[in-house]
Design a protein around this ligand. Sequence first.
Ligand code: GLC
Length: 566
Amino acid sequence: MSITEPTGQIPDTDGTARQWWRQAAVYQIYPRSFADANKDGIGDFVGVLSRVDYLASLNVDAVWFSPFYPSALADGGYDVDDYRDVDPSIGTLADFEAVIAALHGRGIKVIIDIVPNHSSNRHAWFREALASPAGSPARDRYLFRDGKGPGGELPPNDWQAMFGGSAWTRIAEPDGTPGQWYFHMFAPQQPDWNWDNPEVREDFLATLRFWGDRGVDGFRVDVASGLAKDMSEPYPEWERVMHGPMSFLESAEVTFDPGRHPLFDRDELDEIYAGWRQVFNTYDPPLFAVAEAWVTPDRQARYASTDGLGQSFNFDLLSAGWDIGDFRTVIQRNLEFAEANDTTSTWVFSNHDVIRHATRYSQSSGYRPMFDRMTRPDDAAAARGLARARAATLLALALPGSAYLYQGEELGLPEVFDIPADRAQDPSAVIENGVIVAGRDGCRVPLPWTASGEFFGFSDGGAHLPQPKWYGAFSVEAESDDPNSTLTLYREALRLRRKFHTSEHLEWLDLGNNVLAFTRPNGWISVTNFGATPAQLPVGTVVVRTDGRHDRAPLAPDSTAWLVRG
Ligand code: GLC
């Protein structure tokens, strides 16, 4: 990678090589659950290296690695001890560099997760803060406050953490006496950084450069909307800060002016990300970033702007049920937003935080992915869920913008339920009667590579989360040569998408009720049947369809077809 002068803007170029991310298919790897080479039951980079051919065979443009940094795993690696190293169970920096080289050798870009809202409580600077007195520069890098009550025995305010319980934890001072409290939006092992502190800002710029110099092409920015905070008194009551279970930001809008919520989406973030952009633009092509920002659509532009990160996740389809009206509204709104802000949209159905979409779509359309519980669907519901998931994915792969795919979805992998309580890892797991009934472990179970074998080819030594007996039927081995498998569908769709995806134009086609159809450049047409009866296909040659047929027969319910015309 060559170095150029910073310009403060994504350079306005031909939009393909330098802005490779605009229409990329990005495959998310959760490293601990992908492939284990050293037989310790935890996936590693040598395991990834052994699967580079597989990644290339998927026809994806980029791989995003969830955190692989040294971590005690209080939150699946999103509790980072050291931002510039690799956890020994996952490998070494040299292994990571070998992975980058191998992926680049196959034309696949590399994006890594960066976790700037909080570190882990084992980070050297947090330990220094604990060993230093109240009011010291070391404490100022985090959010320490005195407690309330006569002896400071009460937390500074009533704010709650995302994983439950108070957002404040009290520390013992260096002399052993009960002392100050620190703020953590997530688990107590994840103290929040103080982004008003210049050392914190500088240190993150150094981290961005560290990885940029090692060849990574971009970052997925964890909790991107959370870094700037107003922790000054008087503190608003928690009820005001976060009320209503669906979207704290939507409800926050009611009680705070835009950009003035104390914890999320504050205007000061612009300045922070402008600094990041300057670093990004010292690389050629410029580094890229996508923000994890659960914000209202009108605020997304601030993350996705050309003097900010570049792109921002839209989780709207992930949150939408199987409903034609919802799909059309979400697509239209996000395409308009992208066009108005010189960015591209992002389409996501699954990731490491939500129930896999093959299982989600077995539910009624009112199901809310981040909040509602689910139990294992019966076989008929599971089949419907998988059909809809395949149809939804094929539809989204035809849309302008980037598609973010989560490992295992290309196998149609369902969510794993009933993991024994003693195997729970997720801090948000809910346990009842000895099994996990809610949480994120069920979408993080190690991948099945082979149809049989103790760990289905993931490892020869173990699986850090138990794989169910039925897993082999969804393995890469079982699906590779099956023309109707989900794996074959993804491979073929991603291959065709690369060929067709030229401009970012879309035009809706009216094919009647319950059919969502649109055309793209090169005569590319996508048709999805949301109805209960088969739908006639428009004129054109069928190139791929999700209902197991390959001809021009009417399209089955819960299915998508691609055609080309001309
Ligand atoms: C993000 C991650 C999630 C993690 C949280 C705290 O939302 O996607 O997995 O628990 O941030 O880092």
